[in-house]
Design a binder for this molecule. Sequence first.
Ligand SMILES: C[S@@+](CC[C@H](N)C(=O)[O-])C[C@H]1O[C@@H](n2cnc3c(N)ncnc32)[C@H](O)[C@@H]1O
Length: 252
Amino acid sequence: MSPKGVRLPLLRPRLRQRAGGTRPRKKTLNRLLEDRTIEQLSYDQYRQRVRHVYDGPQGAILALCSFLSLHTPLGERLLRTRRFDLRGCKRILDVGCGAGQILGHLLKYADPDAQIFCFDISPAMVRRARRRIRNPRPQFLVADLTRLPFATETFDCITCGYVLEHLPDARLGLQELARVMTPGAKMLLLTTEDNFGGAWTSRVWHCRTYNRQELQQMCHELGLEWVQELWYTRIHKLLRAGGICVELRKKD
Ligand SMILES: C[S@@+](CC[C@H](N)C(=O)[O-])C[C@H]1O[C@@H](n2cnc3c(N)ncnc32)[C@H](O)[C@@H]1O
Protein backbone atom coordinates (compact mmCIF):
# COMPACT_ATOMS: atom_id res chain seq x y z
CA MET A 1 0.00 0.00 0.00
CA SER A 2 1.31 3.44 -0.88
CA PRO A 3 1.12 6.56 1.28
CA LYS A 4 -2.42 7.92 1.78
CA GLY A 5 -3.73 4.37 1.41
CA VAL A 6 -3.62 4.48 -2.40
CA ARG A 7 -3.09 1.01 -3.81
CA LEU A 8 -0.17 0.98 -6.23
CA PRO A 9 -0.56 -0.88 -9.51
CA LEU A 10 1.43 -4.07 -9.16
CA LEU A 11 3.73 -5.17 -11.93
CA ARG A 12 2.62 -8.35 -13.59
CA PRO A 13 5.20 -11.12 -13.03
CA ARG A 14 6.35 -11.10 -16.65
CA LEU A 15 6.88 -7.36 -16.59
CA ARG A 16 8.55 -7.55 -13.19
CA GLN A 17 10.96 -10.05 -14.62
CA ARG A 18 11.61 -7.82 -17.62
CA ALA A 19 12.11 -4.70 -15.49
CA GLY A 20 14.76 -6.42 -13.45
CA GLY A 21 16.37 -8.35 -16.27
CA THR A 22 16.27 -8.16 -20.04
CA ARG A 23 14.78 -5.05 -21.66
CA PRO A 24 11.23 -5.27 -23.00
CA ARG A 25 11.13 -5.63 -26.75
CA LYS A 26 9.72 -2.70 -28.70
CA LYS A 27 7.48 -3.27 -31.68
CA THR A 28 9.53 -3.40 -34.89
CA LEU A 29 7.92 -0.32 -36.46
CA ASN A 30 8.47 1.76 -33.34
CA ARG A 31 12.06 0.57 -33.19
CA LEU A 32 12.64 1.59 -36.81
CA LEU A 33 11.01 4.99 -36.32
CA GLU A 34 12.72 5.90 -33.07
CA ASP A 35 15.63 8.35 -33.21
CA ARG A 36 18.99 6.80 -32.32
CA THR A 37 21.07 9.95 -31.66
CA ILE A 38 21.01 9.49 -27.90
CA GLU A 39 22.51 5.99 -28.18
CA GLN A 40 25.22 7.05 -30.60
CA LEU A 41 26.76 9.93 -28.66
CA SER A 42 28.32 10.28 -25.22
CA TYR A 43 26.10 12.13 -22.75
CA ASP A 44 28.36 15.22 -22.97
CA GLN A 45 28.04 15.28 -26.76
CA TYR A 46 24.31 14.64 -26.62
CA ARG A 47 23.81 17.39 -24.01
CA GLN A 48 25.52 19.87 -26.36
CA ARG A 49 23.23 18.67 -29.11
CA VAL A 50 20.08 19.17 -26.99
CA ARG A 51 21.19 22.65 -26.03
CA HIS A 52 21.86 23.46 -29.68
CA VAL A 53 18.44 22.13 -30.80
CA TYR A 54 16.49 24.06 -28.17
CA ASP A 55 18.60 27.22 -28.53
CA GLY A 56 17.73 27.20 -32.23
CA PRO A 57 14.58 27.45 -34.37
CA GLN A 58 12.98 24.30 -32.93
CA GLY A 59 13.11 25.86 -29.47
CA ALA A 60 11.65 29.08 -30.86
CA ILE A 61 8.49 27.24 -31.94
CA LEU A 62 8.24 25.01 -28.84
CA ALA A 63 5.45 27.03 -27.19
CA LEU A 64 3.43 26.96 -30.41
CA CYS A 65 3.97 23.18 -30.82
CA SER A 66 2.84 22.54 -27.23
CA PHE A 67 -0.26 24.63 -27.83
CA LEU A 68 -1.14 22.94 -31.15
CA SER A 69 -0.59 19.45 -29.72
CA LEU A 70 -2.90 20.53 -26.85
CA HIS A 71 -0.25 19.74 -24.21
CA THR A 72 -0.45 23.23 -22.80
CA PRO A 73 -4.24 23.43 -22.30
CA LEU A 74 -4.56 19.78 -21.24
CA GLY A 75 -1.63 20.13 -18.84
CA GLU A 76 -3.32 23.17 -17.36
CA ARG A 77 -6.46 21.12 -16.79
CA LEU A 78 -4.54 18.60 -14.66
CA LEU A 79 -3.59 21.43 -12.31
CA ARG A 80 -6.85 23.40 -12.48
CA THR A 81 -8.94 20.36 -11.58
CA ARG A 82 -6.40 19.48 -8.83
CA ARG A 83 -5.84 16.00 -10.20
CA PHE A 84 -2.28 17.03 -9.46
CA ASP A 85 -2.88 19.20 -6.42
CA LEU A 86 -0.51 22.08 -5.76
CA ARG A 87 -2.26 23.25 -2.60
CA GLY A 88 0.05 23.36 0.39
CA CYS A 89 3.24 23.18 -1.71
CA LYS A 90 5.65 25.94 -0.67
CA ARG A 91 8.80 25.34 -2.76
CA ILE A 92 8.13 24.24 -6.31
CA LEU A 93 10.69 23.37 -9.00
CA ASP A 94 9.84 23.23 -12.70
CA VAL A 95 12.42 21.09 -14.50
CA GLY A 96 13.37 21.85 -18.11
CA CYS A 97 10.94 24.76 -18.20
CA GLY A 98 11.21 25.20 -21.98
CA ALA A 99 9.15 28.23 -22.96
CA GLY A 100 7.44 28.22 -19.55
CA GLN A 101 4.46 26.09 -20.57
CA ILE A 102 4.06 24.41 -17.14
CA LEU A 103 5.49 27.39 -15.30
CA GLY A 104 2.54 29.51 -16.48
CA HIS A 105 0.15 27.00 -14.88
CA LEU A 106 2.16 26.94 -11.65
CA LEU A 107 1.87 30.70 -11.38
CA LYS A 108 -1.90 30.39 -11.74
CA TYR A 109 -2.62 27.46 -9.43
CA ALA A 110 0.13 27.35 -6.78
CA ASP A 111 -0.44 28.96 -3.39
CA PRO A 112 0.31 32.71 -3.59
CA ASP A 113 3.11 32.36 -1.03
CA ALA A 114 4.79 29.39 -2.79
CA GLN A 115 8.32 30.00 -4.05
CA ILE A 116 8.76 28.89 -7.64
CA PHE A 117 12.06 27.96 -9.28
CA CYS A 118 12.61 26.80 -12.83
CA PHE A 119 15.58 25.86 -14.95
CA ASP A 120 16.55 24.67 -18.38
CA ILE A 121 19.75 23.48 -20.00
CA SER A 122 19.22 25.88 -22.90
CA PRO A 123 19.99 29.54 -22.10
CA ALA A 124 17.80 30.62 -25.04
CA MET A 125 14.83 28.66 -23.63
CA VAL A 126 15.27 30.34 -20.25
CA ARG A 127 15.25 33.74 -21.98
CA ARG A 128 12.14 32.78 -23.95
CA ALA A 129 10.34 31.55 -20.82
CA ARG A 130 11.18 34.74 -18.96
CA ARG A 131 9.92 36.85 -21.88
CA ARG A 132 6.74 34.81 -22.30
CA ILE A 133 5.84 34.62 -18.62
CA ARG A 134 6.58 38.25 -17.75
CA ASN A 135 6.27 37.68 -14.03
CA PRO A 136 8.89 38.58 -11.41
CA ARG A 137 7.90 35.71 -9.11
CA PRO A 138 9.80 32.68 -10.46
CA GLN A 139 13.57 32.33 -10.16
CA PHE A 140 15.10 31.28 -13.48
CA LEU A 141 18.33 29.30 -13.83
CA VAL A 142 20.36 27.61 -16.53
CA ALA A 143 21.20 24.13 -15.21
CA ASP A 144 21.44 20.47 -16.13
CA LEU A 145 18.97 18.05 -14.60
CA THR A 146 21.77 15.61 -13.80
CA ARG A 147 23.70 18.19 -11.72
CA LEU A 148 21.26 20.37 -9.83
CA PRO A 149 22.59 23.45 -8.03
CA PHE A 150 20.22 22.93 -5.08
CA ALA A 151 20.73 21.57 -1.58
CA THR A 152 19.39 18.15 -0.62
CA GLU A 153 15.70 18.16 0.43
CA THR A 154 14.83 21.63 -0.89
CA PHE A 155 11.54 21.17 -2.75
CA ASP A 156 8.15 19.83 -1.70
CA CYS A 157 6.88 19.76 -5.28
CA ILE A 158 8.45 19.18 -8.70
CA THR A 159 7.03 19.34 -12.19
CA CYS A 160 9.07 17.65 -14.91
CA GLY A 161 7.43 17.79 -18.34
CA TYR A 162 9.02 15.95 -21.27
CA VAL A 163 12.63 16.36 -20.12
CA LEU A 164 13.59 12.89 -18.91
CA GLU A 165 13.56 11.60 -22.50
CA HIS A 166 16.61 13.79 -23.11
CA LEU A 167 18.71 11.62 -20.82
CA PRO A 168 20.31 8.34 -21.93
CA ASP A 169 19.24 6.81 -18.61
CA ALA A 170 16.31 8.12 -16.54
CA ARG A 171 18.15 7.17 -13.36
CA LEU A 172 20.63 10.05 -13.91
CA GLY A 173 17.81 12.56 -13.56
CA LEU A 174 15.45 10.77 -11.19
CA GLN A 175 18.06 10.24 -8.50
CA GLU A 176 19.01 13.90 -8.64
CA LEU A 177 15.34 14.93 -8.39
CA ALA A 178 14.83 12.50 -5.50
CA ARG A 179 17.83 14.08 -3.76
CA VAL A 180 16.38 17.62 -3.85
CA MET A 181 12.88 16.50 -2.82
CA THR A 182 11.85 16.64 0.83
CA PRO A 183 10.45 13.39 2.28
CA GLY A 184 6.81 13.14 1.21
CA ALA A 185 7.30 15.64 -1.65
CA LYS A 186 5.30 15.12 -4.84
CA MET A 187 6.30 15.16 -8.48
CA LEU A 188 4.31 15.46 -11.69
CA LEU A 189 6.34 13.53 -14.26
CA LEU A 190 5.51 13.51 -17.95
CA THR A 191 7.63 11.68 -20.46
CA THR A 192 7.59 10.01 -23.87
CA GLU A 193 6.40 6.39 -24.00
CA ASP A 194 7.73 3.60 -26.20
CA ASN A 195 4.76 3.43 -28.55
CA PHE A 196 4.01 4.71 -32.05
CA GLY A 197 3.30 8.30 -30.96
CA GLY A 198 6.41 8.28 -28.77
CA ALA A 199 8.57 7.04 -31.64
CA TRP A 200 7.47 10.03 -33.74
CA THR A 201 8.14 12.44 -30.90
CA SER A 202 11.57 10.91 -30.51
CA ARG A 203 12.28 11.49 -34.20
CA VAL A 204 11.20 15.15 -34.14
CA TRP A 205 12.94 16.09 -30.87
CA HIS A 206 15.92 13.66 -31.04
CA CYS A 207 15.03 12.11 -27.73
CA ARG A 208 14.48 8.56 -26.45
CA THR A 209 11.33 6.88 -25.15
CA TYR A 210 10.62 4.93 -21.95
CA ASN A 211 8.88 1.72 -21.18
CA ARG A 212 6.20 2.40 -18.56
CA GLN A 213 6.87 -0.70 -16.45
CA GLU A 214 10.64 -0.22 -16.51
CA LEU A 215 10.24 3.39 -15.45
CA GLN A 216 7.87 2.42 -12.65
CA GLN A 217 10.37 -0.14 -11.38
CA MET A 218 13.20 2.39 -11.51
CA CYS A 219 11.16 5.00 -9.60
CA HIS A 220 10.35 2.37 -7.00
CA GLU A 221 14.05 1.51 -6.57
CA LEU A 222 14.85 5.21 -6.08
CA GLY A 223 12.21 5.63 -3.38
CA LEU A 224 9.77 7.46 -5.65
CA GLU A 225 6.39 5.81 -5.27
CA TRP A 226 4.07 5.76 -8.27
CA VAL A 227 0.97 7.29 -6.61
CA GLN A 228 -1.33 7.61 -9.61
CA GLU A 229 -1.22 7.41 -13.39
CA LEU A 230 -2.84 10.42 -15.00
CA TRP A 231 -4.26 10.83 -18.49
CA TYR A 232 -5.14 14.10 -20.19
CA THR A 233 -8.56 12.79 -21.26
CA ARG A 234 -10.48 9.52 -21.48
CA ILE A 235 -9.62 9.36 -25.17
CA HIS A 236 -5.91 9.61 -24.35
CA LYS A 237 -6.34 6.75 -21.90
CA LEU A 238 -8.23 4.65 -24.40
CA LEU A 239 -5.63 5.23 -27.13
CA ARG A 240 -2.69 5.12 -24.68
CA ALA A 241 -1.72 8.54 -26.09
CA GLY A 242 -0.01 11.57 -24.57
CA GLY A 243 2.87 9.61 -23.05
CA ILE A 244 3.55 8.62 -19.47
CA CYS A 245 1.99 11.05 -17.00
CA VAL A 246 2.31 10.11 -13.38
CA GLU A 247 2.26 11.53 -9.87
CA LEU A 248 5.22 10.36 -7.80
CA ARG A 249 5.84 10.76 -4.11
CA LYS A 250 9.17 10.54 -2.32
CA LYS A 251 8.99 8.03 0.51
CA ASP A 252 9.03 9.51 4.03
C1 LIG B 1 10.02 19.27 -24.78
S1 LIG B 1 10.66 20.59 -23.83
C2 LIG B 1 9.54 20.58 -22.45
C3 LIG B 1 9.19 21.96 -21.98
C4 LIG B 1 8.17 21.99 -20.80
N1 LIG B 1 8.71 21.38 -19.63
C5 LIG B 1 6.86 21.32 -21.15
O1 LIG B 1 6.41 20.46 -20.41
O2 LIG B 1 6.28 21.67 -22.16
C6 LIG B 1 12.12 19.92 -23.12
C7 LIG B 1 12.97 20.97 -22.42
O3 LIG B 1 13.91 20.27 -21.58
C8 LIG B 1 15.17 20.92 -21.69
N2 LIG B 1 16.20 19.94 -21.33
C9 LIG B 1 16.61 18.86 -22.02
N3 LIG B 1 17.56 18.19 -21.34
C10 LIG B 1 17.76 18.87 -20.19
C11 LIG B 1 18.62 18.67 -19.08
N4 LIG B 1 19.48 17.67 -19.02
N5 LIG B 1 18.56 19.56 -18.07
C12 LIG B 1 17.69 20.61 -18.12
N6 LIG B 1 16.85 20.85 -19.15
C13 LIG B 1 16.89 19.98 -20.17
C14 LIG B 1 15.23 21.39 -23.13
O4 LIG B 1 16.16 22.42 -23.30
C15 LIG B 1 13.78 21.83 -23.37
O5 LIG B 1 13.57 23.18 -23.08
